[in-house]
Each structure stands twice: as structure tokens, then as C-alpha cells.
Design a protein around this ligand. Structure first.
Ligand code: ADQ
Length: 483
């Protein structure tokens, strides 16, 4: 379906992302209709988009061509079309089977294919063209994430007058890893088209500055700038800045939901259904091999095998969103997780009482908040994660100060949430011990930790993130205009 351009005026503020914040929703036998997709990024950017007469450039999420109009007076949308082979090569291939594993410590081996790269370049070109066509003179453009790393330079070629920000949602790897990429110079040059390149963590910004030096792409200087900007790259005629801007969630929105009657009742029901006095451990992730779901299941199995917990006193609920299901590594990951769940329940379950409840599905916001609230222990154990919003959402959903958070050191969120029970998910016995400790955490300590965690996610919400990035972007010089 084609999404109609809802305005033909040029816009002063543009968000460019792989996906538009809409999806098709079935309506019985009638034609499916466009719906707004919920999400922190949309809720953070929406007020800014509205105030600045902004627009969003992105793919509508379908490669078919049945025309279905989309209308939203508050949000102007500029769809970029993708065909089936581009979806395969640019999105599933280069973005998710090359860049995604490479940028996540190569926990799965990245695949390098020329045809995928060509498609990536071509699609990035198209995004740049669409953006160039609708940006007003001197507009601000904010490009999001690893699918679009060439867009900053491609856009600058066409429109040297616009101010360009880029934010990477996933980790930026150390040079030793990044240098494996056959098209490393092109990708770095793509990013250097921006005026400001933002990362989740200071380490990502430093890796980037180091890489620029290693590849001789400009004179990079660390420091000497007010934070969150951590360094600059001097190029002929202009300067690129790099900094850390840890993303967050719509804390107030989630807190309000957590206080609602619907969520509180549902949380109680979940507790009751799972067996009243049983302790509930919870995992909520996209079914991705970076999320450490297998490690978590193995540790849970270890605790059962050693009799440190039993199916009578503890239950693990794992919600896994279907994700990138045609990509080989994801298929194998699903098979692995489902085999583990089957083995654990087969070994330690009884009729009417299984230790693992596994749901391969997405859940709505109310259900998600209720699950967070029902949990005694939240397990966030990725092997590598740019930030991890689930950890922050759990904290925001616990105004009762209940629940303990087990958090991997390899999630970006660990840098901001040191009061969580931090763990190395590669160390199986440490993971077992930490999970057991979380179950036994003394009430006073648990409440104290939760209070501190909550203080942080309230102060540093997604609005703070967007403001700090955009004000850093507007402070610096840009393009050929002397700053
Ligand atoms: P993701 O890898 O997708 O994001 P995460 O940050 O945890 O990871 O965000 C997932 C979102 O999806 C959360 O808002 C969560 O509530 C939701 N979600 C997960 N499973 C769900 C389910 N079964 N049902 C409903 N909702 C579900 C990437 C990076 C992260 C970074 C974010 C934002 O990999 O490191 O934090 O972008 O920058």
C-alpha cells in the first residue's frame, strides 16, 4: 500500500528513519488500515515535529503496492518505497546480517556480500533523495540508526545548506571489529556527512573518533568540548562533532499507565494465574541472539537442577517478540530457545505446573506494564545491547518499589543504572548466583535500589534525550556556513 504525502510544503525539521511510525492493522474482512505505531521515539519526537511543522521520512513497512491512504493531521509522513529484493538485500541482508552482528561484538558471524552492499547504497541514496526534496532551506534533519549510515553524506552532497544530525541506536564497535567491514571507508565517510554524530555511550563515540584516525578520514580530536560532545573531526572546510546521548523512555506515560486500575488488576490476575505465592522471573525481548535469552534459560535450568529453586516456588515468564524471522541466525536462535524451554519443562515440570511460560508474541502496552508489575525479578541479560529500554521500562512500571532488576554489564543501560544487580551473562555460575540473589534480595535493599533507579529514569527520560541531542546539534556550526 502506498502512503499518501499529506503535505507538499517543504519542512524545517525532518526525522529520517528506516520505518515510518505507522503499521497496517487488519479490520475484519475490510481493507487493513494504517495505525500509528506506539513507541518511545515517536512520543519523544512528536511534540517537536508538531511545533516545528516537521515531517517523518521512512519506509511504510510493506513491499506490496495496494494503495491505502494514511491521514494524520499531526504528523506528516513521506514514505520511501522498497521492493521485495531491496527488503531482502538492504534490510534483512546488509542491515541485519552484516551490520547488526558486526556491531554487536560479532556474537554471530557477520556475512559480507557485495550484492547486499549495493542494495544498501541504493536504498540510502533513495532516502537521501526523498529527504533532499522536502527539506526547507536551512532545515534540520535528524537521521536515525544503522540502516541509514550513508544518508548523511549523500544528503549533504545534494543539500549543503541543511543541518544534519545522526544517531546510532546500536553499539559502535571497537576499530578492530569495524575494520573487518569491506566497505568500512564508505560507511565512515557516510557518517562524516553529519554535523553531529550521536552514540548511546561515550565508548561508542570514542571508538568512532579512533576509527576516523585509523582510516585517515580527517583530523580527530578528543575532548575540548562541553559534554555530551566528546570530540571533533576536522575536515576541509567543516567540523563534525561526536558525542554520547543515552536514549530513554517516556517515563511519565508509562508511570501513568502503571498507576491505572486496568494494569493493577491485570498484574494481580497474572500473579494469581501463575500460582499465588510463586516468585515470578520475567524476560521481555525481541527474539534476537544478542539478548542472551539462551544464557538466561541455562542459568534458570542450573538453579532448578541444583535444587536452589523448584517449579513449586519459582516460575520464569519469557515473552519473545517475533523478529527478523527470515534471517538464518534468527531462525536458529528461535529453534535453540524453544528446544531449551521444552527441555526445562520436560525435565522439571509436572502436570499443571511448568517452570517456564514462553510466549512467542508481542503484547500490548497494558499487558506489558502488568507483566512488569507482576514480576519479582526482571532479567535483562544481553550479550551486547546499545541501551535496552526494557530495563528502564521495568523501573518506570514499579512505583510500588517492588521487584529486582538483573542487568547485563554489556547493556548500555548498565552505565546509567548501577543500582541494578549487574552481571556478566557469559559467566554462567555468576548469572545463576545473581538470579538467586535477586530472588532473595532483602526488602529494604530492594526498595532502596529501586528508588535510586527510578530517580534516574525520571530525570533522564526520552524527552531529555531528544532535547539534549537537538540542542547540541543546533549549537554547533554546520555545512559550509562558518559556525
Ligand atoms: P531493541 O533491540 O529492539 O532496540 P529495546 O531497547 O529493549 O531493544 O527495545 C525494545 C522495545 O520493544 C521495548 O520498548 C519493549 O517494551 C518492546 N518489546 C519487546 N518485546 C516486546 C513484546 N513481546 N511485546 C511488546 N513489546 C515488546 C534498539 C537497540 C537497543 C536500544 C533501542 C533504542 O538494540 O539497545 O535501547 O534500539 O535506542
Amino acid at each position: 500500500p502506498r502512503v499518501r504525502h499529506t503535505a507538499d510544503q517543504e519542512t524545517e525539521f525532518l526525522v529520517v528513519a528506516n520505518r515510518l511510525p505507522v503499521h497496517l492493522e487488519a479490520h475484519g474482512t475490510a481493507e487493513p488500515r494504517w495505525q500509528r505505531s506506539p513507541g518511545g521515539l515517536v512520543s519523544a519526537l512528536e511534540p517537536i515535529l508538531r511545533a516545528r511543522r516537521g515531517a517523518w521520512v521512512g519506509w511504510a513497512g510493506t513491499t506490496g503496492d495496494t494503495p491505502v491512504a494514511f491521514h494524520d493531521p499531526d504528523l506528516r509522513l513521506h514514505p520511501v518505497p522498497l521492493n521485495e529484493s531491496e527488503y531482502r538485500d538492504y534490510y534483512e541482508g546488509f542491515s541485519n546480517a552484516t551490520l547488526w552482528p558486526l556491531f554487536h561484538d560479532a556474537v554471530a558471524p557477520p556475512e559480507f556480500k557485495q550484492a547486499w552492499w549495493q542494495s544498501y547504497r541504493q536504498v540510502n541514496q533513495r532516502f537521501a533523495e526523498h529527504t533532499a526534496a522536502v527539506a526547507a532551506p536551512g532545515a534540520t534533519v535528524w537521521i536515525q540508526d544503522y540502516q541509514l549510515m550513508l544518508v548523511p553524506a549523500l544528503l549533504r552532497e545534494r543539500r549543503p545548506d541543511v543541518r544534519i544530525g545522526f544517531f546510532l541506536h546500536i553499539p559502535f564497535p571497537p576499530p578492530e571489529l569495524f575494520l573487518q567491514l569491506p566497505w568500512r571507508t564508505e560507511v565512515v565517510d557516510g557518517l562524516l556527512g553529519a554535523d553531529l554524530v550521536g552514540f548511546q555511550l561515550p565508548g561508542g563515540a570514542r571508538n568512532f573518533l579512533q576509527l576516523v584516525r585509523r582510516l585517515h578520514r580527517g583530523e580527530s580530536v578528543a575532548g575540548g568540548q562541553p559534554t555530551p560532545v566528546l570530540g571533533t573531526v576536522r575536515l576541509p572546510g567543516r567540523t563534525v562533532r561526536a558525542g554520547a546521548f543515552p536514549i530513554s523512555i517516556d517515563t511519565a506515560g508509562l508511570e501513568a499507565l502503571a498507576h491505572s486500575e486496568a494494569v493493577r488488576e491485570r498484574a494481580q490476575r497474572i500473579r494469581h494465574r501463575l500460582g499465588g505465592s510463586r516468585k515470578i522471573m520475567l524476560g521481555v525481548d525481541r527474539l534476537d541472539y544478542t539478548k542472551g535469552i539462551d544464557q538466561r534459560l541455562r542459568a534458570f535450568e542450573g538453579l532448578l537442577a541444583k535444587n536452589r529453586i523448584t517449579a513449586q516456588d519459582t516460575v520464569l515468564v519469557q515473552i519473545a517478540t517475533p523478529s527478523r524471522e527470515r534471517v538464518e541466525h534468527y531462525r536458529r536462535q528461535r529453534a535453540r530457545v524453544e528446544a531449551q524451554v521444552g527441555r526445562i519443562n520436560g525435565t522439571f515440570g509436572q502436570v499443571g505446573r511448568v517452570p517456564v511460560h514462553y510466549l512467542h508474541t508481542t503484547v500490548d502496552r497494558t499487558e506489558l506494564a502488568a507483566l512488569y508489575q507482576a514480576a519479582d525479578v526482571m532479567l535483562v541479560t544481553p550479550l551486547r545491547d546499545g541501551m535496552n529500554l526494557v530495563a528502564k521500562e521495568f523501573v518506570a512500571a514499579r512505583p510500588d518499589l517492588g521487584g529486582a532488576l538483573v542487568l547485563s554489564e554489556f547493556a548500555g543501560a548498565a552505565h546509567e543504572l548501577p543500582q541494578a544487580l549487574l552481571v556478566n551473562p557469559h559467566h554462567l555460575s555468576e548469572l545463576e548466583d545473581t538470579m538467586a540473589a535477586a530472588l532473595d534480595l532483602e526488602e529494604r535493599e530492594r526498595r532502596h535500589r529501586m528508588r535510586e533507579l527510578r530517580r534516574h529514569v525520571r530525570e533522564r527520560d526520552v524527552h531529555h534525550w531528544a532535547r539534549s541531542f537537538l540542542s547540541a546539534l543546533s549549537e554547533g556550526g554546520h555545512g559550509a556556513v562558518p559556525g
